[in-house]
Write a protein that binds this ligand. Structure first.
Ligand SMILES: *[C@@H]1O[C@H](CO)[C@@H](O)[C@H](O)[C@H]1NC(C)=O
Ligand SMILES: *[C@@H]1O[C@H](CO)[C@@H](O)[C@H](O)[C@H]1NC(C)=O
Ligand SMILES: *[C@@H]1O[C@H](CO)[C@@H](O)[C@H](O)[C@H]1NC(C)=O
Ligand SMILES: *[C@@H]1O[C@H](CO)[C@@H](O)[C@H](O)[C@H]1NC(C)=O
Ligand SMILES: *[C@@H]1O[C@H](CO)[C@@H](O)[C@H](O)[C@H]1NC(C)=O
Length: 785
């Protein structure tokens, strides 16, 4: 049971089919809303801290709500950022290695970039001090940093006389995985303690002792990658507190053929003092078991996600039963898939209370250990809850210590809640997922977990997932896709502040903060809000706004409409839809192309076009002259018989909405020609309406206009006309322009003539005001705003 069938031998295609065949409900791969860096910026939803334009290389971050600061351990520098606005009032401590240290590092054959001081351990030691450790050019160092008593104290200084060797407390190699947590003045850390990275260890340090796993004991740890750690109490007896470590290991599989990767949860007692005669300064309570995250396929072949990428411990009120979220990837070299699994503490504890695993020889299979287990039960803590017979682990009988040392593995693995991932990403060629953070949100119909998932390309995905009991499936709703950094960089760190409703995100490109929700973006109508299914948001009768559960704000609570589970706008917003569909006129020139633009706010909505004749509505279908593109309905050669009223309708989650009615007028060619010439004559050559083929290339002045969109007859001032024209092709959206141009507009010959001088007029000013360099990207035109 413990070591199941693996996917190593499956081809990617087969694996893909296996996953398709699972009981995972279909989900949209489109977010409801996608926001680029510039859009987030314009909406004041994000702030980005960049360190002098240099690569930040954040290794670790700590949230300090008391001092209202975010500490970031980076290359040669420790930053203290404002939680209000990360890009203002920052403080920093430069802590680089000395010349001689760097020289020594280079002499050891290391590369220059490795020979810096990367801050990898950062913990709030007490109210006034941080504990900081860095790699110190392959010569780890630790120090205390003073942060003052209150947030008014602007103190942020390294205590020079506190600098000590960081050996055993910080890895040598900046790339070396490491996890740490601090509790009651003691540092728990999983790391490689040596220069050559042979000695992976789980350790505890305080001012007197250093307790750790055995050296060179491959039963205890085998090629570990340390991912996460947390102190989690079992009950009210603090002597029974356990420290949990999440890591992967490389082990021979059951057949003894391959070295396979497995994810483990390991634990020790926080009060473990080691043994008296044996296991001196070694854990006397270390046990571990496997965390399984897999998808059942047909024929009983499970697809395993065995490589833990990140772990998030979502604390509950009393701290005893947090929910553990693991972000996993497949270990297959040919296919990269990702999954998120959730574990209950009850299930983790049950595995540690279950049978020990036993095998006679390394090449044998694991079986449950069925002989007598000594007393006190190996792995239990010296606490009152356990009878109080032992005041310290040093009093444990040798028999107990011998047993725990030779049986560190539990037989039962920990299975995820609902025995399946809550989220899956299996599209071949999909983006890599790197980080996870989770917020628990109270909505009208219950609690939801909002998952924030960081990717390798600067994006954070905001997702809710829930279990459907009736169909025994999971449903995922991708609410938002937020591109936090302008350049593409893997997201390395993520911290949520539920208090501030902010997410703090670290990458090489900087540290960004982003508000967790922006309800008005979904639209102002009941249906828009309801269909969004964002548990943070509800329709309050006027707008889509932040939802607070009853009792939080008792004064003047209006009736709130929200349906996260079903997004049933038909039912919820029945009778509330004002026929707010916009009316427009579009002018097309006979035999030329014309676009009827209609872009729904939601990327999950399906657009349908109808032609209205008399009282009848007839669906418009694509043919050789008319095609539906993502921006609307495109006539390649408009005819006078095409004139009439077109209705743009969306269908989302069964809810039908009319967005737009467009009256298409078709003009005879000669008439337009003469109007344009008149206009050009008035304006002169310079302002002739240009064409452009990419967002920053200028339109081609040599081209005569072929498409008109205006709400009045053309012939007026051509500058206005030109603006309308740019609006049509959405000059801010490169993809859109490219798509449009490819289809109808610019031939190669014309494209060659384009020059780079075009700058967006609208976006420029504000970006400058907000201190960021101008970008040519203007906001996308959305309807109804
Ligand atoms: C963003 O903030 C600026 C001032 O800081 C304000 O002028 C602007 O209206 C805000 N934009 C939005 C979309 O709220
Ligand atoms: C925090 O720890 C530092 C270093 O051990 C010590 O000097 C300081 O007094 C402590 N502060 C408090 C408030 O306990
Ligand atoms: C450190 O040691 C001193 C005495 O040596 C002790 O009083 C103190 O409690 C210890 N601190 C911690 C955090 O263990
Ligand atoms: C489009 O319109 C222009 C000017 O009105 C005309 O010269 C051109 O021939 C038209 N193109 C097509 C394909 O009919
Ligand atoms: C449009 O094309 C048709 C046939 O392709 C032609 O008969 C007609 O004269 C053209 N109209 C204009 C205004 O160019």
């Amino acid at each position: 049971m413990a070591e199941c069938i693996r996917d190593e031998y499956l081809t990617p295609m087969l694996l893909y089919l296996v996953l398709l065949g699972t009981a995972h409900a279909a989900h949209s791969i489109y977010p409801r809303i996608r926001l680029s860096h510039n859009e987030l910026w314009q909406l004041n939803r994000t702030w980005v801290f960049q360190a002098h334009g240099a690569s930040l290389q954040p290794q670790t971050m700590v949230l300090d709500e008391g001092h209202e600061r975010l500490y970031v351990g980076a290359k040669n520098t420790l930053f203290s950022l404002s939680l209000d606005q990360v890009n203002t009032h920052h403080r920093e401590i430069q802590w680089a290695s000395t010349e001689s240290q760097i020289e020594e590092c280079l002499m050891k054959g290391r590369e220059k970039p490795e020979c810096a001081n990367y801050i990898k351990v950062l913990q709030q030691f007490n109210h006034t001090h941080l504990l900081v450790c860095g790699t110190g050019a392959f010569n780890p160092v630790c120090a205390q940093v003073r942060i003052g008593h209150s947030r008014q104290d602007r103190l942020f200084a390294l205590e020079e006389d506190s600098v000590t060797s960081g050996r055993g407390r910080c890895p040598y190699n900046p790339k070396s995985p490491c996890t740490s947590t601090l509790s009651r003045g003691e540092l728990y850390i999983g790391l490689y303690t040596d220069y050559w990275e042979n000695d992976g260890a789980l350790c505890r340090l305080n001012n007197q002792t250093y307790t750790r796993t055995e050296r060179d004991d491959r039963q205890q740890l085998s090629g570990p990658k340390f991912v996460g750690s947390a102190v989690i109490p079992d009950n009210d007896d603090r002597d029974d507190d356990k420290v949990y470590f999440f890591f992967t290991e490389r082990e021979m599989d059951a057949e003894g053929l391959n070295k396979a990767v497995y994810t483990r949860v390991g634990r020790v007692c926080a009060n473990d003092q080691g043994g008296q005669r044996m296991l001196v300064n070694r854990w006397s309570s270390f046990l571990k078991t496997r965390l399984i995250c897999s998808v059942a396929g047909p024929n009983g072949i499970d697809t395993h996600f065995d490589d833990l990428e990140d772990v998030f411990v979502l604390k509950n009120k009393d701290g005893k039963n947090p929910e553990i979220f693991g972000l996993f990837s497949t270990t297959s070299a040919v296919f990269k898939g990702y999954a998120v699994c959730v574990y209950n503490m009850d299930d983790i504890r049950a595995a540690f209370n279950g049978p020990f695993a036993y095998r006679e020889k390394p090449e044998h299979r694991w079986t449950p250990y069925e002989d007598r287990v000594p007393y006190p039960r190996p792995g239990s803590c010296a606490s009152k809850v356990n009878g109080g017979g032992f005041s310290s682990s040093k009093e444990f009988p040798d028999e107990v210590l011998r047993f725990v040392r030779s049986h560190p593995v539990m037989h039962s693995p920990v299975l995820p809640r609902h025995r399946r991932p809550v989220l899956l990403q299996t599209e071949p060629g999909g983006r890599k997922l790197t980080q996870i953070a989770v917020d628990r949100v109270q909505a009208q119909d219950g609690h939801y977990h909002v998952l924030y998932i960081g990717t390798d390309d600067s994006v954070v995905l905001k997702v809710i997932t829930f279990y459907n009991k009736d169909t025994d499936t999971m449903e995922e709703v991708l609410l938002e896709e937020l591109q936090l950094f302008k350049v593409s960089a893997p997201i390395r760190e993520m911290i949520i502040s539920p208090k501030r409703q902010q997410l703090y995100v670290g990458s090489e490109a900087g540290v960004a903060q982003v508000r967790l929700h922006q309800c008005d973006l979904y639209g102002s109508e009941c249906a828009d809000c309801c269909l969004a299914r964002d548990p943070y948001c509800a329709w309050d009768g006027l707008t889509c706004s932040r939802f607070y559960p009853a009792g939080v704000y008792t004064k003047s609570r209006r009736f709130r409409r929200q349906d996260v589970r079903h997004g049933n706008a038909v039912q919820l917003c029945n009778g509330l839809q004002i026929d707010g569909s916009e009316e427009r006129s579009v002018y097309g020139v006979e035999n030329n192309s014309t676009l009827l633009e209609c872009v729904p706010r939601s990327l999950q909505a399906k657009v349908l076009w109808f032609f209205q004749t008399g009282g009848e509505k007839q669906e418009v279908r694509d043919d050789e002259r008319v095609i539906t593109i993502s921006h609307g309905l495109l006539f390649l050669h408009v005819r006078s018989s095409d004139a009439g009223v077109y209705v743009c309708q969306t269908v989302e989650h069964g809810y039908v909405n009319t967005l737009l009615r467009i009256t298409l007028h078709v003009l005879r060619g000669e008439r337009v020609e003469s109007t344009i010439h008149r206009a050009n004559d008035e304006e002169g050559e310079k302002s002739a309406p240009p064409c452009h083929s990419s967002s920053d290339a200028p339109p081609d002045p040599s081209l005569s206009p072929r498409v008109l969109v205006t709400s009045s007859i053309p012939g007026r001032h051509s500058r206005l006309w030109y603006k309308e024209f740019l609006k049509l092709i959405g000059y801010g959206d490169a993809q859109r322009v490219a798509e449009y141009c490819e289809k109808v507009w610019c031939t190669d010959k014309k494209r060659k003539k384009t020059k780079k001088r075009f700058v967006s007029p609208g976006g420029e000013k504000r970006w400058k005001e907000r201190g960021e360099e101008n970008s040519n990207r203007a906001p996308r035109h959305t309807l109804g705003t």
